[in-house]
Design a protein around this ligand. Sequence first.
Ligand SMILES: [Zn+2]
Length: 449
Amino acid sequence: MFLSVCVLCLLVVAPVLGAPANDPCSRPRNKLLFISFDGFRWDYDRDVDTPHLDSMADDGVKAAYVTPPYLTLTSPTHFTLLTGRYIENHGVIHNMWFNVSTQEKKQYYQSQFVDGYWDNGSLPIWITAQRQGLKAGSLHFPGTAATYQNETVGVRQVEPFMYDHSNETDWRLNIDKVIGDWFVQQDLDLVTLYFGEPDKTGHKYGPDTPERRETVRQVDRTVGYIRQAVQSRGVAERLNIIITADHGMTTIRRGPGVNEIILTDIPGFSLGDIKFHLVDYGPTGMLLPKDGMLEKVYSALKGGHPNLHVYKKEDMPERLHYAKHPRILPLILLADPDTSSTGFTLCSLIRVGGFETVNIYPLMCHILGINPEINDGSLDVTRHMLVHSGRVCETTEDSSSSLIIGLSVLVGILVLAFVVMTTWYKCKRDRESHSSEEHTEMKGKHTNF
Ligand SMILES: [Zn+2]
């Protein structure tokens, strides 16, 4: 009971981003377990029974979807979660590290160990938390292996090369470690925990397949296991859990009859004019033309294929926030999505609308009671999800749906996922007893995107 009161006090007292670290209401501190299930698309819980996710949503808050930053690759989007910065601001612009002078490229796993790629001015939340006296850990989360301004996350586990990210037995061992050892024994305040599914199954079999649905059942069992572990180890009273994902996925058809874009077939385009390219990865590409060749390459590609869009980096739509960083190459290519995958509606049962994932970082800092670094998010976007005077505010309105749909179509991936947060089990009881009046109070307020 004391802890529940403490939380309410913290949320009421803290006026803006981040409660002061010495806020008396933050003792004993809130703990935070931040979980990412890679590639968990916003609607993956709709065609599979997910009793554990459902019960977590009932006890906490669930967003209709979240919108990741562009470009929707695993390392860039996870670093946005850790920093609250758009990709053009944090600089981890791709899963691949590359050097345009030497033509060297490092794939996702090897790039995890290139410190300079990650340590680029933006501090992940672990380091910020540690500098303000908290203890942080990370298991398999992208960015865990790197050193930031001579500091690493204090407790960490980096997966070995060729690690099997799908093994449910391993998942449970890792959960036992995080809950029992890290949170209980070592008294960590913050742990980020990464699972490589359902992304891997989605890539292998497709997002709309029985195999993917079975993997979502595995995810759901795992959520149940986590919550049970939290209860049985006695940390439920202090532990917040946020579950989210880095991006979604859509079906891209291959084979005869499919309109493939082959750059070298486009008249006037020559690989000989290109100094460096990154076009063999995902629905987008980047080109660095040789000196003096930019206009020629741009002119050839512009209008060269009806389903290909070419931007000079300075002409990229501003809302994508993918232009400013010097690592971004001068020409950016976007392919049209498979139009058969577009179109979705928002579920009226969901309590809060969607928001950009840059806003999760200030929420985490607030929960932990630490001062955030400069970031691109705002606590105002998620503040209504928090327990406030014993209540969770609710809304089903979503003024931004058309904007989000437009962005998804442009990006070419249905990039929506979900966030669930439990703030103590008292939360549910409070909400149930107050839900009718809250709904009235909040109507019309949810417009600030
Ligand atoms: Zn991913």
